[in-house]
Write a protein that binds this ligand. Structure first.
Ligand SMILES: CC(C)(COP(=O)(O)OP(=O)(O)OC[C@H]1O[C@@H](n2cnc3c(N)ncnc32)[C@H](O)[C@@H]1OP(=O)(O)O)[C@@H](O)C(=O)NCCC(=O)NCCS
Length: 148
């Protein structure tokens, strides 16, 4: 690995689906191939116009990715993942900053992420990026079917 290698910012689209999935798998994210991570679901999400995948490349290789989405009120930082070989070099911090700039350009000034309580690296990351970690919010969700 070349430590001096610059990381190139890339705005991704549906054509990058396979490399995004491969990176999420390398990073250990739980993938729902029959649900919201299927190529059909990803295509539908992209067609809404509110999902922007942002990546960082080391040469040709995608080594970090995030999905910036918004609901018109809040910007959501989703599925942030860094290749295990490229961690603790500030790549996730850089992607968070890129998401923030993306949201701000659309007039969205509150930026949010859902983080599972066990995920200490991610909690530490968002705290270090200046995010307040709520202690008094419960995430409620319901699914129309099991695979979603
Ligand atoms: C969480 C994750 C995205 C962090 O990526 P990263 O590029 O290594 O993070 P950064 O280098 O930008 O870290 C910035 C700061 O966050 C904190 N941090 C990041 N990873 C940490 C870890 N494993 N343990 C403790 N603190 C950590 C540190 O304060 C770090 O600063 P430092 O390296 O100067 O100490 C990466 O570990 C990952 O992909 N994990 C698996 C997927 C995941 O859980 N995604 C989050 C979903 S909400």
């Amino acid at each position: 690995m070349d430590e001096t290698q610059p990381f190139q910012v890339v705005y991704l689209d549906l054509s990058h689906y396979d490399e995004i999935m491969a990176l999420w798998q390398r990073a250990g994210l739980h993938i729902r191939p029959a649900g919201r991570d299927s190529v059909e679901a990803f295509a539908r999400q992209m067609a809404t116009g509110v999902q922007t995948p942002i990546g960082l490349r080391a040469g040709e290789q995608l080594v970090a990715v995030v999905l910036a989405t918004h609901d018109s009120r809040k910007g959501w930082i989703n599925r942030l993942a860094v290749d295990p070989d490229y961690r603790r070099r500030g790549l996730a911090t850089r992607l968070i900053a890129l998401c923030q700039a993306h949201f701000q350009a659309q007039g969205i000034d509150i930026w949010t992420a859902l983080i599972e309580e066990w995920n200490q690296p991610s909690l530490a990351l968002f705290a270090s990026a200046g995010y307040t970690l709520a202690q008094d919010i419960t995430y409620a969700s319901r699914r129309s079917h099991a695979e979603v």
